[in-house]
Design a protein around this ligand. Structure first.
Ligand code: TXA
Ligand code: MG
Length: 349
């Protein structure tokens, strides 16, 4: 059934009471509402209503074994859905909630298997975005929300991206403008001996170690081969894939620029993902500047929208510079590699 999708602009300085009440009511009635968070736009449903949560899978075309993150607005809500809150989780919540961190706990019975993909654990996040927080409060306190894209496409960082993917599939999209971070939250599993990062994000390994004292990265995330699979079910799927063939070029930056220039000389339909530092040095192709190497957040926040733009331009192949850094660079490369289906060219070899 095709739905009429309302796209409602929200003024952050005066969040409209009547709009938020209507959105909250839709959620309480079991319908879907898309909303901004500081990471990416989410597609919300009442997490404790199995039928509502199932609508998310249908709207996204998402595999049903891929569990959802439950969004909460305060610490009391956490106690309602998890069996225990380990001391390290309390410390991490104190430092990073509300914010771009998701933690995995053993779940209580009240969280339906339809929300957790049948797992006995539940992922929980307390976002900092004010519109998200208000919606969670009004929607019943527990809002399941994956990124609001059709499964496989880049996550949405504006309400227009959500509209492209969800028009006709959901009744309401709240438009709070472009998001701040642009990459999904860091996911940390707290059901193991030592906290394990299942998905890198804005909150880095060193930030987590700084607060919890210890933490590891899921080996399945960094394995070059496929002998180990990632522990977060969603990390095993191909993601963010642009229609074009995307390849990441690694090596000394000078060499990377000349390699890409040589490649795109053959075809104007070749796309290039470059940075402020190198944009003047490309002389052909469809060049898009992702941000400055001195400001990793600028790179993170433009990644998904650039991938969508290449689709609109009908670009056939894309070469991207690479972004290794021990901080946000890890999350950026994680998403870029998934978008590229792990196609890398190392020019220093
Ligand atoms: O920033 C974010 O986290 C955004 C915004 C909307 O909050 N949400 C988001 O949700 O990225 P989604 O569904 O696109 O990604 C959720 C990831 C998936 O990789 C999923 O497999 C993993 O979290 N996940 C959820 N519950 C889990 C669990 N119990 N155990 C392991 N992984 C889990
Ligand atoms: Mg997603």
């Amino acid at each position: 059934m095709k739905l009429q999708t309302e796209l409602i602009s929200i003024d952050r300085a005066h969040i409209s009471d009547s709009v938020m009440e209507r959105a909250g009511e839709l959620l309480r009635l079991g319908a879907l509402v898309a909303f901004p968070t500081e990471t990416v736009y989410g597609l919300g449903a009442d997490a404790l209503n199995e039928e509502a949560a199932q609508k998310i899978y249908a709207a996204k075309g998402r595999p049903s074994d891929n569990p959802l993150i439950v969004h909460i607005a305060d610490m009391e809500a956490l106690e309602g859905i998890v069996k225990t809150v380990p001391a390290e989780a309390r410390m991490l919540a104190g430092a990073f909630w509300p914010g771009p961190l998701t933690m995995i706990f053993d779940k209580k019975e009240c969280v339906p298997p339809g929300t957790t993909g049948g797992l006995s654990t539940v992922a929980v996040r307390m976002p900092s975005d004010e519109i998200a927080r208000e919606l969670i409060r009004r929607g019943g306190g527990y809002i399941a929300a994956p990124s609001a894209n059709v499964s496989g496409r880049p996550s949405p960082t504006t309400a227009q991206h959500v509209y492209e993917d969800m028009n006709g599939r959901i009744p309401m999209i709240l438009d709070g403008g472009p998001v701040r971070i642009g990459l999904e939250s860091t996911i940390v599993d707290l059901t193991e001996e030592c906290p394990v990062i299942l998905r890198p994000g804005y909150i880095t390994l060193s930030m987590i170690r700084g607060v919890a004292g210890r933490a590891e990265i899921d080996q399945g995330l960094i394995a070059e081969d496929s002998s180990l699979s990632p522990k977060a079910p969603g990390m095993k799927y191909r993601h963010y894939a642009p229609r074009a063939k995307l390849q990441i070029v690694e090596g000394p930056l000078e060499g990377v620029v000349s390699y890409i220039n040589r490649k795109c000389a053959d075809s104007e339909r070749t796309g290039i993902i470059c940075t402020e530092e190198t944009r003047e040095r490309y002389f052909c192709g469809n060049v898009k500047c992702i941000g400055s190497r001195k400001d990793e957040l600028s790179i993170a926040s433009h990644l998904f929208s650039i991938l969508r733009e290449f689709d609109e331009d009908g670009t056939e192949q894309i070469y991207s510079e690479s972004f290794e850094s021990p901080e946000l660079g890890q999350a950026i490369m994680n998403r870029l590699l998934k978008a590229a289906g792990h196609r890398k060219i190392d020019i220093s070899e």
